[in-house]
Design a protein around this ligand. Structure first.
Ligand code: DQA
Length: 139
């Protein structure tokens, strides 16, 4: 099984950025733990701060992988173009957030992507990614 994780803007700064919200673990370290936890799954990782690059990645992998886990960061709340890309591909996509966006500023309560996704997982820290992968495996 092949699963693609895509992280959007500012998520390259995990472990450094606003630690009280996003924790102190960098994503590469977490990815290492994830890969060990799911030894039979190929987990690929892509991060970009650029909206168009995220869309290109969705187009590139979205017809061949078995599932996509996307944390589009702030683009979640603004990007019609990423929503359209998710709707265009055939792989199931799960939207994840590290923080509980519903406990935060109102502009974070709205996701433009969610309606095109299989489901949304938010608020479980980095464990949100594992929960999404568990779902893709079990379905
Ligand atoms: C985030 C929540 C977004 O509102 C924010 O812009 C992020 C991270 C999260 O994982 O909690 O960059 O997607």
């Amino acid at each position: 099984m092949n699963i693609q994780i895509i992280n959007g803007p500012n998520l390259n700064l995990l472990g450094v950025r606003e630690k009280s919200i996003y924790g102190d673990t960098g994503f590469e370290k977490y990815l290492d733990e994830l890969s060990k936890r799911f030894p039979n799954i190929t987990i690929s990782y892509y991060q970009s701060n650029v909206e168009g690059e995220i869309i290109n990645k969705l187009h590139e992998i979205g017809f061949s992988v078995d599932g996509v886990v996307i944390n589009a960061g702030a683009y979640t709340h603004t990007s019609v173009a990423i929503a359209d890309a998710i709707a265009a591909i055939t792989a199931p996509v799960i939207e994840v957030h590290i923080s509980n966006v519903y406990k935060r500023e109102e502009f974070r309560h709205k996701s433009l992507l969610a309606a095109s996704c299989k489901g949304v997982i938010a608020g479980f820290g980095l464990d949100s990614y594992r929960l999404a992968i568990e779902n893709l495996i079990n379905s």
